[in-house]
Design a protein around this ligand. Structure first.
Ligand code: OAD
Length: 244
């Protein structure tokens, strides 16, 4: 794979890199993305039935079972070469920050340093009533357990549509975007706000944007676009950077 020499120089010269990732990074580990027209989760399921506080209030068992199914699917997958290359790049650029929209654990399993999770954690639980952290449970448990503190129902600790992002991760991500001199936007449709604003914030502050995605996104006009799969492009970039 050939990269423009100027692109490689931009990466080499970068101090603070923001790696911003989405479901496409985990696609080659075998996890479906959300918006793929055939295989995406939102092609098969309606988000308003499964990923909103209203859906959980109306039918907690259906929502709980869908997340339990996703936990079973996720528990069998491993990081792919994209996760591994990002972790290696983080080690090479120690001031870099990894911000992910993914609720999986694949960046951690690949050895990434402290990924910032904007949309929560699939495997963690909290009380839907009082937000008290609740323990992980077996993924075949069909009913949501009850909170010891308030008797409320257990729910996955993920961000649903209509909910705000957790303040700590969002503030850390915004700071990283404002301070970045280079952003890699990898495997995300860059359509879900506020997360998708991060590359734009960085760009307004003078950062270069490199996008790794086989398909176009709204970020195309402000990005240097590397069309292809993350598991191919990221290791190739790492090899190119290591070559000299
Ligand atoms: P999407 O499903 O919206 O977008 C996935 C992107 O990955 C698309 O642009 C694909 O073209 C790209 N893609 C697919 N395969 C790829 C590969 N092998 N390498 C690189 N890119 C690839 O997923 P996200 O952008 O992550 O929110 O979606 C953002 C949020 O919407 C998610 O975090 C989730 C969802 O609703 C919550 O759960 C709150």
């Amino acid at each position: 794979m050939q990269f423009q020499p100027e692109l490689i120089e931009t990466i080499r010269g970068a101090g603070r890199i923001l790696f911003f990732t989405g479901a496409g990074v985990s696609a080659e580990s075998g996890l479906p993305t959300f918006r793929d027209p055939q295989q995406g989760l939102w092609a098969t399921f309606r988000p308003q039935d499964l990923a909103t506080p209203q859906a959980f209030a109306q039918d907690p068992e259906t929502v709980w079972r869908w997340y339990q199914w996703r936990r079973r699917v996720h528990s069998g997958v491993m990081p792919n070469p994209a996760h591994e290359a990002i972790a290696a790049l983080q080690r090479r650029f120690p001031e870099s920050v990894l911000v992910t929209q993914n609720v999986d654990r694949l960046h951690e399993l690949a050895g990434s340093h402290l990924p910032v999770h904007l949309h929560g954690h699939l495997f963690l639980n909290k009380c839907a009533g009082c937000a008290h952290a609740m323990p992980e449970v077996a993924y075949d448990l069909e009913q949501p357990p009850l909170c010891e503190a308030c008797g409320g129902l257990c729910r996955p600790d993920v961000v649903w549509f209509g909910e705000g992002l957790p303040a700590g991760p969002w503030n850390a991500a915004l700071k990283a975007a404002r301070e970045a001199d280079l952003v890699f936007s990898i495997g995300t449709s860059a359509t879900v706000v506020p997360a998708a604003e991060l590359p734009r914030v960085a760009h307004r502050n003078g950062a270069a944007i490199i996008q790794v995605n086989p398909a176009p996104t709204p970020l195309d006009p402000i990005a240097h676009n590397l069309r292809g799969s993350a598991a191919t492009i990221m290791p190739a970039l790492l090899a190119e950077l290591g070559a000299s």
